[in-house]
Write a protein that binds this ligand. Sequence first.
Ligand code: CDP
Ligand code: MG
Length: 764
Amino acid sequence: NDDIINPFRNPESEFSIKARKGSSLVNLKRAQKEQTRNARDKTSVEGTKIGEALGLRNKPIQHDKNRNNMKNLKHASSNLSYKEDIKATRQSLPCFRSRTELLTMVRENQVSIIVGETGSGKTTQLPQYLYEDGFTTNGKLIGVTQPRRVAAMSVAKRVAQEMGVKIKEEVGYSIRFEDYSSPQTRIKFMTDGILLREVLLDNDLDKYSCIIIDEAHERTLNTDVMLGILRTLLQRRKDLRLIITSATLNAAKFSKFFGNAPQFTIPGRTFPVEINYSKYPVADYVEEAMKKAVNIHLTTSIESGDILIFMTGQEDVEATTESIEEKLLEVYRKKGEASTFHDVNNIEIFPIYSALAPELQSRIFHKLDKTKRKIVVATNIAETSLTIDGIRYVIDCGYSKLKVYNPRIGLDSLAITPISLANANQRSGRAGRTAPGVAYRLYTEEASETDMYSSTIPEIQRTDLSNTVLLLKSLGVENVMKFPFIDTPPIQTLLNSFYELWSVGAIDNFGELTKLGTDMSKLPLQPSLSKILLNSITFGCSTEILIIVAMLSIPQIFKRPKEREKESDKARSRFFIPQSDHLTLLNVYLQWKSNNFSTQWCSNHFIQGKSLEKAEDIRKQLLRVMEKQNFTLKSAGSNWDIIRECICTGFSHQAAKLSGLKRYVHLRTGMHTKLHPTSALFGMGDLPSYIIYNELLMTSTEYLVCVTAVDPFWLMESGLLLYDIKKQEETNDYSIGLLGTKGISNNNEVDVEEARKVVREKLD
Ligand code: CDP
Ligand code: MG
C-alpha cells in the first residue's frame, strides 16, 4: 500500500538484509544462556546447595558492586556540602544562564518552543524555574510529559533529589500502572499517554497552570495527539501555559503549528565530534561494537573518557555487554592480570534499556573512581531522554527498534530498522557534551546517504490508530479526519481503525461512539480486550476475564529451553484446556495462585515466574480501574463455556473456519492460516469448526496464535454486522460466512430467523 510509509527507505539495502538476519552474536548468546539455564534447572535445589558449598555462586560480583554504589550515594547525601554541590551543579547547566529570559518568555506567551542540546537542563531545570517563580502558588500543577516511562521515572527522581524532597511529595510521577503523585505534588512528570487519559476525565486540564511537552522531537503518537488537543484547549484556557521542548529538530514545525509561537534556543556548549564511518559494510554490528569498545579501552587512557554504545534492544544490549566482558577478560587473563572479570578493575559496563529494573537503571549516573572507565550499552533511550556525563566515545550500530503497522493484518509489530540521519547525529552528539569526542558509525557513509531517511517517520504515520480514534471520539472530536494533526496519518490506517472499532461495536454506522465505546476508552487496553472485559460483567465471568486479559498483556509465559524441548512441551501440555488457549492461560494462573504464587512452582513447570508476577500486577491495576467505575467482579465458577462466549464478543472480527488438516480460513479476509504448534488445540483429534484468535503471526506461514473454539452462533451474534448464516445445498446444514459474499444469505435465500433457531437448537 503506497499510503503506508516503509520504514526501510531502501528495502534492498545492506541495512534491511542485516536487520532480517539478526546478529550472530545475539543468537550465540541466546543459545549459551539457554544451555546454562538448562544446566541450572537440571541441578535443581540440591545442585544449588552443592554449588553454594563450593563457593560457586552465580554472579555475586555485580550485586556487591551495586551495593557499594548505593552506599556511596547515601554517604554523599549526608554530607553537609551536598546542598551546595547541587546548587553549583544546577548553576553550571547551560539552561541557567537563560533562566530570566526563559521565564519572561513563558510569562508573556501562551505557547513557547524551547530548543536545547541534550543535557542542557531542559527537563530537570525548567519545571523547577517555573516552580520557584510561583507558577504553582495558585494550587495548580506543572505537568511535564515524557515519551518514555523510564525517563519520566528517572527524571522525577532527579528533580526530587535536587529539590530535597521525596518522590510523591512536591515532585511526583505517573506512568501506566504506576502512580507516584499525591495532593501535595506540584511538579508532576508523566508519560504523554497518562496526560491523554487525564484529558478524558478533565477536558480543560484545569489542575495544571503549565504543561511542558518534553522531547517533542520524538514525535510519538501520543505527543502528536496531545499537541492537536492542546491547540483547541488553549483557546478555552487562556491562562494555561504550554512549553514545547525539543532537541534542535523540527522546532519550526511546532512553532508554525501553534500560530508562530516564539522559539528560544538555549546557547549550548558543544564540542566538535569526529565522525568515523565504517569502510566496509559491517557483517555483525554486535561483534563490531564489541571490538571497537575493547580497542578504545585498550589503546586510550582511562581519563580520555567514557564510552556509549547504541544498540537496538535488550537482547543485543545484553549480548554486547557480555561479549565485551568476555573479550576483556581474555585479554587481561593472557597478561596474567585477571582470572575472572571481577579482577578487571579498570572498567564498569552498564547495560540500559526500558525493561531493566529501575534500581539498575539509575546506576549509569553514578560517578566512578578516576581509575575506572564506564561503558554504557544503551538502546535509543540514551539518545536524548537520558544524559550521561563524561561520554567521549560513541559507537552507533545504526539501527533502532521501531513500531511498525502492517495494514494487511491490522497489527503493530516491533521491527529493527535503520535509524534516520537525525538520530545518527543525535547519537554522535553525545560524545561532545563536555569535550571534543569521537563517534564510530558501524555503517558506511554511502549507506547512510542512500538508505537513511533524513528524520524518523512520525509514529502516527506508522502505527495502528484504533485507540487514538477511540480517544479522539470520546473527547468529542466530530470529524477525526479533520483533527489538527501536525502530520496527517495515512488515510488507510484511519479507515482500518474505524473498521475495527465499528466491528467491535465501539462506534455505530454513523461513526459515532456507542455506550460501549465510551466505557472502552476508559480502560488502558486495546479495543478488543477492553470490550471483553466490559462484557464480562454482564456475562458474569469478570474475575476470569480479568485474569485472561492480564495474562495476554505479558510476553511468553512458557519456557522451552533447547535440549529440554520434549520435557517442557510435556509440562506445558498438562495445563492445556482442549478448547482454548485463553482458558489454558487462565488455568496456569489459577494453579499458580493455588500454589501460593510460588516461584519454585513456576520453574518446576517450565513457566516464567517473572512474567506471571507482572501479570498479577497488571491484573490488580485493572481491577482498580474497574472498581473506580463501580464495576464489581463476578466469577463464572465452573461454567467455562460462558468465558469462551464472552471472549468471542471481542474477537469476532478475528475468526477463522476449519478447512483441512489443522488449517483454517480467515473468515474476513479468506487468508489461509494454520494453528500454531504451541496451541492447546494443536494436538486435538477433532478440531473445532470455528475459532477466534488473539494474534496472527506472519512468518513463512501465517499462524494463528492463542485461539479459542467458538460456536458459530456466538460468532454470528457478536459479529452481527460481519457475518451471517449460509445454508449448505447438499447437506441442508448451516454455516457462517462473511455478510455480502457469495452464498451468504442474499444468494441462498435463507430464512435467517429459522436458521438461527436451528443453530440454537443444535447448541442446546
Ligand atoms: O533535558 P535535557 O537533555 O536538556 O537535560 P536534563 O535531562 O535536564 O539534564 C541536565 C543534567 O542533569 C545533566 O547533566 C544530566 O546528566 C543530569 N541528570 C542526572 O544526573 N540524573 C538524571 N536522572 C537526569 C539528569
Ligand atoms: Mg530532556
